[in-house]
Write a protein that binds this ligand. Structure first.
Ligand code: BGC
Length: 245
């Protein structure tokens, strides 16, 4: 069964039809820039453009970079505050004319990694972290997701963790791999003290460059692996969520 997966990020919106039985794309991925300011209506229009580009009329799942409960978006750290408290699922349904599912982007990525990727079949506590414009988190215990954990916003040395250790922070402050990895190590150490995962998965685009920083992450007891689906995990997980409803 094919489902359209769409992943809304702080810099780009990506989409692809996904065969949810294998996790593979059934057509090439398309990416457009996230409209700025990142207001609801222009983003809904961009989503509609992606849906129309595939001539899509079937089930559709959307991953969103904020807390999502019952289709309502409650935070939007890297988008416009107009999303806060909005029935975003209804907005996307109206814009596209389709029934859509909506969930947090890191939760989507984690769902895909648990089924098809780096944590397939993994029991115990698994924590996936995505490093991009922000830091997203997805916490699993024996394969079951605890949604909307938002560990990118724990405070470390008086600052929001994602301000210090996201991929954007690395680029913005022109941090060396060593310096950035030091910040990530510090962050993982805090998280290990809080939830003691047996496995950390490092997701987001940065997961393709894991040779540059994984050997530098030495502070935690848990195993650390890169996401197997890299930056496509959000699209796959969004599609899986729609297939499950
Ligand atoms: C948001 C999270 C999101 C993460 C990655 C954070 O700023 O609060 O909900 O998962 O960025 O996009």
């Amino acid at each position: 069964m094919d489902v359209l997966g769409i992943d809304i990020g702080g810099s780009g919106i990506k989409a692809a039809p996904v065969d949810v039985t294998t996790g593979a794309f059934s057509a090439p991925r398309v990416k457009v820039a996230t409209p700025r300011p990142a207001l609801p209506d222009p983003i809904a229009e961009a989503v509609k453009g992606l849906v129309d580009g595939y001539g899509w009329t079937g089930p559709t799942g959307i991953a969103f970079p904020g807390v999502v409960i019952g289709g309502v978006t409650y935070t939007a750290a890297n988008l416009d505050p107009a999303w806060i408290g909005l029935d975003a699922r209804a907005l996307f349904a109206k814009a596209t004319g389709l029934t859509v599912s909506l969930l947090n982007d890191a939760d989507a990525a984690g769902t895909a990694e648990m089924k098809f990727g780096a944590a397939a079949g993994q029991d115990g506590t698994v924590l996936l972290l995505t490093f991009g414009t922000g830091i997203g988190s997805a916490l699993f215990t024996d394969g079951v997701l605890v949604p909307n954990t938002e560990f990118g916003h724990i405070e470390i040395h008086g600052k929001d963790a994602e301000e210090r250790a996201s991929e954007r922070a690395r680029e913005l402050h022109d941090l060396s791999w060593g310096k950035w990895a030091g910040r990530v190590d510090d962050y993982l150490t805090h998280l290990e003290a809080l939830v003691s995962p047996s496995l950390f998965i490092i997701g987001g685009g940065i997961s393709r460059k894991s040779d540059k920083f994984l050997p530098l992450l030495t502070g935690v007891r848990a195993k650390i692996v890169p996401a197997a689906l890299h930056n496509d995990a959000g699209i796959v997980g969004a599609a899986m969520a729609a297939a499950a409803t």
